[in-house]
Ligand binder design. Sequence first.
Ligand SMILES: Nc1ncnc2c1ncn2[C@@H]1O[C@H](COP(=O)(O)OP(=O)(O)OP(=O)(O)O)[C@@H](O)[C@H]1O
Length: 324
Amino acid sequence: MPAIEVRGLHKRYKDTVAVEDVSLTVEEGEIYGILGRNGAGKTTTVEAVAGLRRPDRGEVRVFGLDPRRDRRVRQLLGVQLQEAALHSSLTVRELVRLHRSFHRDGADPDELIELVGLADRRRTRFEKLSGGQQQRLNIALALVGRPRAVILDELTTGLDPAARRHMWEAVAGLRDRGVTVVLVSHHMEEVERLCDRLALIERGRVAAVDTPDGLVARAGLDQVVRFRTRDPFDPALLDGVAEVRAVRTEDGLVTATGTGELLHAVSTALVTAGVAALDTTYRRAGLEDAFLALTGSPFDPASSYPASASSYLADDANREGTER
Ligand SMILES: Nc1ncnc2c1ncn2[C@@H]1O[C@H](COP(=O)(O)OP(=O)(O)OP(=O)(O)O)[C@@H](O)[C@H]1O
């Protein structure tokens, strides 16, 4: 039985269609990423999974149970959402203990506080915590019932780099203990490092589901060449180069993504055109590059996809849909 199953989810808020048609299956024990731009419908989807939103249409199951009808889901699923209302005058420890009391077999409060790196803030009131510390406390509260699955919505937003890495280790540790994790994120490195699979949500639909490497492979690229030119660069110079999948120019920095003998092919084209490349670098492509290749623009949560990229991705989503 999958940990989480969503079929044909629709949710509209007055005039806004937040979720148009989302289906996804999260297998037990995996870290499943949900990635997409602002307003794509990620939070609405996970709120429906948590039973906090009533779908207009569609079905949600958590370990086979309907989260809106079956109270057992509260014991099975931990939820850390973007905004949580907590008693601001209670201390970290009091809040963890309070939430612990809602569960039959909860975690040890002090261990949990340690896990999220708040040991030195144990006696601090919620209202006196920094934004990042409040975020960490919310994560602790999501884990307090020792859930079999946990939803983490923007896990590391607002955390400093050290705290972020600490949290990544904690999430990997959850997987090691067999906990299923749904991770809503805008952070490419986070998704790439942690997720076994990820769904790209685009305008309320699942546009693609794959492993991070699989998504990069689907984009038909595995390498990135970057260089500067003294004069403004005309991307049309690389138009006929078969190895090049996409070219972007930003602040005088040219980024070409592609496959095969990419570096050689790009260098040859530049030499032929009499263009000197400066500061050339070469590396393997990542998830962010995949978005660049598929959309023609870097992954910017605040901007939307051009239609051509959406349709490219939609084909993949249909494949995923028919396979299952
Ligand atoms: N309570 C609400 N009332 C009205 N509209 C809403 C509500 N919640 C979300 N929306 C709208 O539904 C759409 C999807 O929102 P949702 O929060 O699910 O997106 P998201 O992908 O989680 O975005 P973000 O990355 O910004 O958190 C957006 O257009 C949003 O404005």
